[in-house]
Design a protein around this ligand. Structure first.
Ligand code: 6R9
Length: 653
């Protein structure tokens, strides 16, 4: 894309009107914004009617003790019943709930009726193992159907789950088991990744040797790869034996709307991970509503695919609870996008006729790097809405996604939300809002967000500041597990009476919101605040750059100096003069103050499993420090790779 067209995108002059047929049939319309603005709580009470309650709530919000919210507090319901049984009762037992695609190419279609039987059996098995209502269960699994079944079985018996990423270390697992005091762990022998079986069970065994995790009574193990694994008699049990022999019918019990549903630890770029607590009725209401509205879901005909891992909140809300509460048919894929070839994702879209796709900007940029010809080799004409989540999507990637994956027809929804918010908060709506590449745009109906300055005053259009949420929302976190004070300090103390999301944002001339990444990632250069996101976006608009990560390194002259780590397109060696050209390019796009002091070409960037760049580690490198904690990285070896390639002398001017 030429600089001129990029500048057009950045100045928001280019917009995409929703296609007429999408607009005509959209699930949510402009009237929803009006209704919610007029009566926000009435609007949410209406959304709660999407669920089947054993006892309908008469109260909507109890905000008498802020920020400890209670939503739909006198209602009672069962989450698993809502996600599974009620669809069977409504006559959709034969509808496929999950099209599982294993990395080696094995596949399995699970209907809602089958899901009901398996969730019921798993619920009986957990009860047999002594798991009672309120007890915590840790889940450490690859992306296989049993992961979803395990989560639903926990929800069915009111036992909050704590899912830990399958790629996390034994230490990370042990800390989380200990913090939640889980007594049962559900895992598998391993899963397939990058073309080979990758073991999981040994990490569980190691975690359980740590004193804090010693109270775990049982480990339930799914057989996925068949590889040899260590076994502790009495403690370890095979899933197929223990679950397989249980009755296929199970009566779900209703729980209070505020009963805890799960704890999910944020990856914690600093300090001890925070156990984010979500509860039942408000959470399920908002995930079901947003999934239906933002993807414009038509459950009878759509095939939905979210590429996230269940160890991430996106997997909880938009693989498990949202889509299944809506009776959707979805794809669950175990492996990596380039196994056995770089067209694997597009092959899956073609095979299942995927209509709604939800993925992350980092994945989109990786596909861009692999080349346009790869998706062009597949029939992607079934796609009708494309979603993005996890970090700001740069306009280049947005446009590429729409053109090369969406065939130029599909709306792209850039959805801003967090583990803490539980569900989507800011997003365009297909068929309702005009789309702007790179902008998450507008709070969804029922959500109140504003961008404020240091003193908490709302900024004018055209200015930037901090993103805050001004009214409680149904799927909000209720606290940090075991640490109410940290909940108050982290989210509710920076601005009086408001939730501070930790993200920077700016409002454009129309008042639409553009996310600028975490405020910790804003750099201070010679008295100017510069967001890492803006410099990264400028770098990837250069044709030689596939990916970029920018950090501010302490600098005696300028407070911080901009240091950019870049991955070159096509992996070609760096040509002479490229660094200078890139610096000049950024200066031209954003002004001379944003010109990076150092530009370093690397092969990989350190990322968490949810695709977020660990800037903290790059800052360590840029400041020549010992590396901090690398346990939540997808691949800790990446840091050695980066360090081994670095020239020591920075360029200076
Ligand atoms: C869902 C999820 C939350 C942080 C959030 C923000 C970033 C997520 C974004 C986005 C810009 C988007 N983020 N979606 N930034 N545009 N559409 O990612 O949860 O892992 O808790 O991360 O991710 O910085 O604060 P989580």
């Amino acid at each position: 894309m030429s600089n001129e067209s990029l500048a057009n995108l950045m100045t928001e002059t280019r917009r995409f009107a929703p296609p007429a047929e999408v607009a005509a049939a959209a699930n949510v319309t402009a009237a929803d914004y009006e209704a919610a603005a007029e009566d926000r709580l009435g609007y949410w009470a209406e959304q709660a009617r999407r669920l089947t309650w054993e006892r309908e709530p008469t109260e909507t919000l109890d905000w008498s003790n802020p920020p400890f919210a209670k939503w739909f507090a006198d209602g009672r319901l069962n989450v698993a019943y809502n996600c599974v049984d009620r669809h069977v009762e409504a006559g959709h037992g034969d509808r496929v709930a999950i099209h599982f695609e294993g990395e080696p190419g094995d596949s399995r279609a699970i209907t809602y009726a089958e899901l009901q039987r398996e969730v019921s059996q798993a619920a009986h098995a957990l009860t047999e193992l002594g798991v009672a209502t309120g007890d915590r269960v840790a889940i450490y699994m690859p992306m296989i159907p049993e992961a979803v079944i395990a989560m639903l079985a926990c929800a069915r018996i009111g036992a909050p789950h704590s899912v830990v990423f399958g790629a996390f270390s034994a230490d990370a697992l042990a800390t989380r088991i200990e913090d939640a005091d889980a007594r049962v762990v559900i895992t598998s022998d391993g899963g397939y990744r990058r073309g080979a079986p990758s073991a999981l069970k040994p990490a569980v065994d190691e975690a359980l040797t740590r004193p804090g995790a010693a109270r775990v009574r049982n480990v339930l193990v799914v057989r996925r790869t068949g590889q040899d694994i260590p076994w502790t008699e009495g403690r370890d049990l095979w899933w197929h034996e223990t679950v397989g022999r249980q009755p296929e019918e199970h009566t779900p019990e209703a729980f209070d709307a505020e009963h805890p549903l799960f704890i999910l630890y944020t990856s914690g770029t600093t300090g001890k991970p925070k156990g984010i607590l979500h509860t039942t009725g408000g959470y399920l209401t908002q995930v079901a509503y947003t999934h239906h509205a933002v993807f414009d879901l038509k459950p009878e005909t759509d095939v939905y695919w979210c590429t996230a891992d269940i160890g991430w909140v996106t997997g909880h809300s938009y693989i498990v609870y949202g889509p299944l509460a809506n009776g959707a048919t979805e794809v669950l894929y175990e492996g990596t996008p380039n196994t056995p070839h770089q067209g694997r994702w597009w092959e899956i879209v073609e095979k299942y006729g995927v209509t709604l796709l939800y993925t992350a900007p980092t994945a989109i940029r990786t596909c861009m790097k692999w080349g346009d010809e790869i998706p062009a080799g597949f029939n992607l004409s079934s796609l009708r809405v494309l979603g993005s989540v996890g970090e700001p999507i740069n306009p280049e990637a947005w446009v590429w996604y729409r053109e090369h994956i969406g065939g130029g027809r599909t709306p792209v929804v850039d959805t801003w939300w967090q583990t803490e918010t539980g569900a989507m908060m800011i997003s365009p709506l297909p068929g309702v809002t005009l789309a702007k590449p790179g902008s998450a745009q507008t709070p969804l109906p029922g959500i109140s967000a504003t961008v404020v300055d240091d003193d908490g005053n709302e900024v004018a259009n055209g200015s930037g500041g901090y993103l805050t949420l001004t009214e409680p929302w149904p799927s909000m976190l209720r606290t940090i597990w075991g640490d109410d004070q940290r909940f108050l300090d982290t989210y509710w103390s920076r601005f009086e009476g408001r939730y501070f999301a930790g993200d920077g944002a700016k409002k454009d001339a129309d008042g639409d919101i553009w996310l600028l990444g975490r405020v910790d990632d804003v750099m201070l250069v010679s008295g100017h605040n510069i967001s890492t996101t803006e410099v990264e976006s400028a770098l990837v608009s250069h044709p030689r750059i596939a990916e970029a990560a920018v950090v501010g390194a302490t600098d005696p002259q300028t407070t911080q100096a901009i240091c950019a780590f870049v991955i070159l397109r096509g992996g070609a060696p760096q040509e002479e003069g490229l660094v200078e050209e890139l610096r000049a390019h950024v200066a031209k796009e954003l002004g001379p103050i944003a010109k990076p002091k150092r530009v370093l070409a690397v092969d990989e960037l350190p990322k968490t499993r949810s695709g977020k760049i660990m800037r903290r580690l790059l800052r360590d490198i840029a400041e020549d420090r010992e590396l901090g904690d690398v346990t939540t990285l997808t691949d800790p070896a990446v840091m050695d790779l980066i360090q081994s390639k670095l020239p020591s002398a920075p360029s200076d001017d």
